[in-house]
Design a protein around this ligand. Structure first.
Ligand code: SF4
Length: 430
């Protein structure tokens, strides 16, 4: 049999990008070869996202454009969360699709491909929800990598589709995770981010998240270790102390706030209050004064009043996040919040823009505070006027010299352009 080639287009979050690496690893092991040009591919995999309406529409319009690419000799696969959500419905929208596969069925990809190539049939498999992809360790050629420690989520925030398309939370065996981290370190990876919808809920046999984190920091020689995402309700002192006591764990916490109003938080089923959240931030800053904190915020949740929106704004101004991902509320079918009446689009748009403007000012102020200070920076690649790297606090910095990816340098911030700190490398004798 001649070698078949596959091309993957990925939409969505880091978890999806990681899943694309798993797909590539599984197919490469089965004798398929990945290519960067869809025109020479026999198999086109679109790994989709459904977390927001916009993400789904983008994926659908992209897939519609593949009609010209598809023919009897070629296979089109729709994978990921949108495949799981829409399942057979997709065959009406995209009649030429050959395989619709959910995020937990990728181990069966190769056997499905054999069947489709032989029988020119269509397959839909979006039902499995137990998979953790234990034993799959995609190789990485760069210096940063993501390692998924768990899949799915059992929290059922009222606006979120994840538990419906990725199933309930389940954790990978700790030994398998350690093995993957060690393999990556051996191939030159310097920074690893542990991934999960709520990493703090990691639980495998006797291991909880803070124990796993401590073990990875101590048993592997990873230079920078990060983790993403922490649900505020589950991040405790134990994990904060592990971060504090291990120099190779970056003191950066991504803690989605979502709203500053207690009534809206309750409607969102977030299981914490604004006061609890504020106390948690205080605790982190008390234990680790140079910790950086980023967040996610949803604007315009159904029934959010102007006063409740202003409670979010007030909290944003008080906490001063180092970074924030801000979104308009997007109703997702099946979720509890989809039953609520939406706010007018114009109101949501105005509120979101105001929040973005305020947060941008905060980021600018924070960047300016970096002026004259020194940071350890891990170089990730070239930039237009030098190199691009990241501080332990997850802040991108441009360095005015050409450095190699993986270099670690002490950088003094000398100016700010836009929101980006520009630095010069401190020489050893300075
Ligand atoms: S914690 Fe909530 S928002 Fe995050 S993935 Fe789970 S259900 Fe969705």
């Amino acid at each position: 049999m001649t070698t078949k080639h596959f091309f993957i287009k990925t939409f969505g979050c880091q978890m999806n990008k990681n899943d694309s690496l798993i797909i590539a690893d599984l197919l490469s092991t089965s004798g398929y070869r990945q290519v960067n040009d869809p025109e020479i591919a026999d198999i086109f995999i679109v790994n989709t996202c459904t977390v927001r309406d916009h993400a789904e529409n983008r994926a659908l319009s992209y897939i519609s454009s593949l009609k010209k690419w598809h023919n009897d000799q070629r296979i089109l696969i729709i994978a990921g969360c949108m495949a799981a959500r829409l399942s057979s419905e997709l065959t009406k929208k995209i009649p030429y699709v050959d395989l619709i596969i959910g995020p937990d069925s990728y181990r069966k990809l190769s056997s499905y491909l054999n069947t489709i190539f032989q029988k020119q049939t269509r397959i839909i498999d979006v039902v499995s929800t137990e998979e953790t992809y234990c034993g799959i360790h995609p190789g990485i050629s760069g210096i940063t990598a993501y390692v998924s420690i768990m899949r799915g989520c059992s929290n059922f925030c009222s606006y979120c589709i994840v538990p419906y398309v990725r199933g309930r939370a389940r954790s990978r065996p700790a030994d398998d995770i350690i093995k993957e981290v060690k393999n990556l370190v051996n191939t030159g990876v310097k920074e690893i981010t542990l991934l999960g919808q709520n990493v703090n809920e990691y639980s495998y046999q006797d291991w909880n998240f803070s124990q796993l984190l401590n073990r990875i920091a101590r048993e592997t020689e990873i230079f920078n270790l990060r983790f993403l995402t922490s649900h505020p309700k589950d991040l405790g002192l134990q994990t904060i102390e592990v971060v504090k006591n291990n120099k190779n764990i970056c003191p950066w916490f991504h803690l989605p706030l979502q709203s500053g109003s207690n009534r809206i938080l309750k409607m969102m089923n977030r299981q914490y209050t604004r006061e609890y959240y504020q106390n948690l931030i205080q605790l982190i800053r008390k234990e680790i004064p140079d910790a950086t904190i980023s967040t996610d915020i949803i604007v315009g949740f159904p029934t959010e009043t102007e006063d409740e929106y202003n409670e979010t704004i007030e909290l944003v101004k008080t906490i001063k996040f180092d970074d924030a991902y801000m979104y308009r509320y997007s109703p997702r079918p099946k979720t509890r919040a989809a039953r609520y009446k939406n706010l007018p689009e114009s109101v949501i748009k105005k509120r979101l823009q105001n929040l973005i403007d305020i947060q941008n000012r905060i980021i600018r102020e924070k960047s300016e505070k970096m002026l004259g200070k020194k940071y350890e920076v891990l170089i990730e690649g070239l930039a237009r006027n030098g190199s691009r790297g990241k501080t332990k606090g997850n802040k991108y910095v441009i360095v005015n010299e050409s450095m190699m990816p993986g270099d670690i340098c002490e950088v003094e911030i000398i100016k700010i352009v836009g929101h980006t700190p520009i630095g010069r490398i401190k020489k050893q004798n300075e």
